[in-house]
Design a protein around this ligand. Structure first.
Ligand SMILES: N[C@@H](CCC(=O)N[C@@H](CS)C(=O)NCC(=O)O)C(=O)O
Length: 254
């Protein structure tokens, strides 16, 4: 029998890593308490429970902290067996974990670079996003996920959660930065997967409204531009910008 539990999530409203955990808890049908964190001024609870990285999300299960979003997702799945999000087969689990690593290691930093650069640097970053999306498109069309509705099969799984909860930033950045990242003609299978993912009720309940994200992203971009113009150069403003960018896209820095 699944163990009884108290669950509390420390998170940040626009953070894709937090959304991963919120979505997984919803898919599992688990109730949880939520505490909003300020990326610039972490709460004593966050510093206590994630002293190494000082980042959200942190999941407290019966007051014991589990940190790092992908670790948390696997912990949730191992602790509550209903509605599995990990494949049953060890090889398929390894494949899902590999592509999660790819999402963190290659795709997210490339998307983050589109937002934080301009000019030639931004063109290079857009090319890198396209190169990474090509790899995913190939896997969906002819590779490990061929013929599957979701990466997890008929239902959303680990990799859908990890990729999907960051991918809505692609549309936000397309609009704010005036670039094309997911052209449906170039990435038809990935594009169709993303639309299908976004249509799921649990996803709609988790991801903030696009208008709110656009406003947020525009605010950060504005702050970055004024920093690069030298109109606002305080250390705290710089730290705030770095944290805000991390909230949005990039788990690998900051
Ligand atoms: N690898 C981590 C990344 C988490 C992360 O980047 N969290 C950001 C989202 S806000 C954060 O807490 N940043 C605060 C900071 O950088 O000071 C995970 O997957 O949980």
């Amino acid at each position: 029998m699944d163990p009884p539990s108290s669950l509390k999530l420390l998170g940040s409203w626009a953070d894709s890593h937090t959304h991963r955990v919120q979505l997984a808890l919803k898919l599992k049908g688990l109730e949880f308490e939520y505490q909003e964190e300020d990326a610039i001024n972490p709460s004593p609870a966050l510093l206590l429970h994630n002293p190494v990285y000082k980042k959200v999300p942190v999941l407290l299960h019966n007051d014991r902290p589990v940190v790092e979003s992908v670790v948390i997702l696997q912990y949730i799945d191992e602790t509550w067996s209903d509605n599995p999000i990990m494949p049953a087969d060890p090889f398929e689990r390894a494949v899902a974990r590999f592509w999660c690593h790819f999402a963190e290691d290659k795709l997210a930093p490339a998307v983050g670079a589109v937002f934080s650069s301009s000019g030639e640097g931004q063109k290079t970053a857009v090319d890198q996003v396209h190169d990474n999306l090509k790899l995913l498109e190939r896997e969906l069309r002819d590779g490990a996920f061929k013929g599957k509705r979701f990466f997890g099969g008929d239902k959303i799984g680990l990799l859908d959660i990890v990729l999907g909860c960051g991918s809505y930033w692609l549309a936000v950045f397309e609009e704010v930065m005036e670039v094309k990242l997911v052209d449906p003609g170039t990435f038809p299978v990935f594009h169709a997967w993303l639309k299908d993912f976004e249509e799921q009720n649990e996803v709609k309940e988790t991801i903030p409204a696009i208008d709110k994200l656009l406003e947020y992203a525009r605010g950060i971009r504005q702050m970055m531009l004024s920093l690069s113009n030298g109109t606002s150069t305080t250390a705290s403003a710089t730290a705030g910008t770095t944290s805000a960018i991390n909230v949005a896209v990039d788990g690998s820095s900051g």
